[in-house]
Design a protein around this ligand. Sequence first.
Ligand code: PGA
Length: 248
Amino acid sequence: MSSRKFFVGGNWKMNGNKESLEELMTTLNTASLNDETEVVCGAPSIYLDFARSNLDARIGVAAQNCYKVAKGAFTGEICPAMIKDCGADWVILGHSERRHVFGESDELIGEKVAHALESDLSVIACVGEKLEEREAGTTDEVVFAQTQVIAENVKDWGMVVLAYEPVWAIGTGVTATPEQAQEVHEKLRAWLRTNVSEEVADTLRIIYGGSVTGANCKELASQEDVDGFLVGGASLKPEFVDIINARA
Ligand code: PGA
C-alpha cells in the first residue's frame, strides 16, 4: 500500500436539517475512527458554521461549492474567505451535479479552483465521465481533459485531492467495480506523471466516488491507486464510520 494518507470525504449534498445532522455528527464524534484516515464532511453552506462547531476537531469540514472571486454583487454565492471564516478548510469543486445539473463549465471550475487555492482553501476536485462517454470508449479522454483544466489552475498540489466520480455511479447504486476504479485511477496517476510531475503523481490522493457503501468499501480500498472516497448517500448514515475505517 502507498504512503498516501487515506482520505474519506462525506458529501451531504442538500440533505438533512439541524436535528438530523446533529445526530449524525454525534455518531461520528463518538465513533472509533482510524487515525490513519483524514475525514472531511461536506456540509450545505448554510450549515458550515453549525457543522464546524458540532464536529470533533479531528474531522474537517468542506463546503460543496464556492464562487471564483473574493467578493461583490453575486447574489446567492459564497467565497472561499467566507468558508474559511466559518472554520472550514475544504471545498468540493467540479462535482458532477455542479457540472451537469447547474451547467458549470471546465473553465469556470478551473477559475474556482485557482481562486480557492489562492485563498488558502483546500480543494477536492472532481472529474468523471457520463455513461454514454464510457460506452463510447471516451472515458480517458474525458477525465484527462477535465483534469488538465484543473491542473492548469493548481500551484500547490499539497492542497488538492482529486476525486474520480463516474457520473453513472453517483447516486445510482451502481458502483464501479474495484477493477474499473483502479484502471482509471492508475491512468490518472500516469497522466499526472507525464503532465505534472513525478512527485505529484506519487503523492496526490486520488479518491473514488459513486455509490460507495459500507459493504463495498473494503474491496475498493484495497486497490493500489484508490486513496480514499467521496461518499454521498452513505455519508448520511452510521455506515460512514465503516467507510472511514475501510483500511483498518
Ligand atoms: P453517492 O454520491 O455516494 O450517493 O453515489 C457520491 C458523490 O456524489 O460524491
